[in-house]
Design a protein around this ligand. Sequence first.
Ligand SMILES: O=C(O)CCC(=O)C(=O)O
Ligand SMILES: [Mn+2]
Length: 213
Amino acid sequence: MRDLFEAQEPALLPLAPGAALLRGLAADAAIALLAGVQQVTAQSPWRHLQTPGGLRMSVGMTNCGALGWVSDRAGYRYEALDPLTGQPWPAMPASFVALAQTAAQAAGYDGFAPDACLINRYAPGTRLSLHQDRDERDLRAPIVSVSLGLPAVFLFGGPQRADKALRLPLVHGDVVVWGGPSRLHHHGVLPVAAGEHPLTGACRINLTFRWAG
Ligand SMILES: O=C(O)CCC(=O)C(=O)O
Ligand SMILES: [Mn+2]
């Protein structure tokens, strides 16, 4: 039995004004979400995008929803067609929409209607350097970010790149939401440690829901 005096972490951990970590919120939906990832990647496969500077991104990516985030020599932007297939991005699975809305609501954002979901795949050793999500036309909606599979340390900083960042260990099922006053806060992911997760194998999967507008 749980010790009565054992500190129990609250399910919603405030990170900054407008930002919260929702521990384990996606755990029950994980199997459905990963089935959704399989459906999406069957149609729009994983790929390694090029940065505007011509470097290969180490995170594997794809998208679903009306718009998808892409990067190439021409820059960062949202596109309605997958440049790899020439077809529209796969529709957002119903399980994705439901989870994104539940998470946004729990963090205080009513009426979140994502039109883009960037799906990231991190092999061990892969990282995502500090950046802002600012390619969306309209910044009123929050970002909802779902972690599945291997754990990782998420960096959550401030409006300036040099602002001190929180280091948050995220595990399978955790969800981070940021918007409002923290919508443009810098964030990133430290190199993912080697490991095996029963549902994803040797990788971490992240779903990032946005309203690109
Ligand atoms: O993988 C993560 O937790 C963050 C992903 C992210 O920041 C992004 O895709 O813009
Ligand atoms: Mn981001």
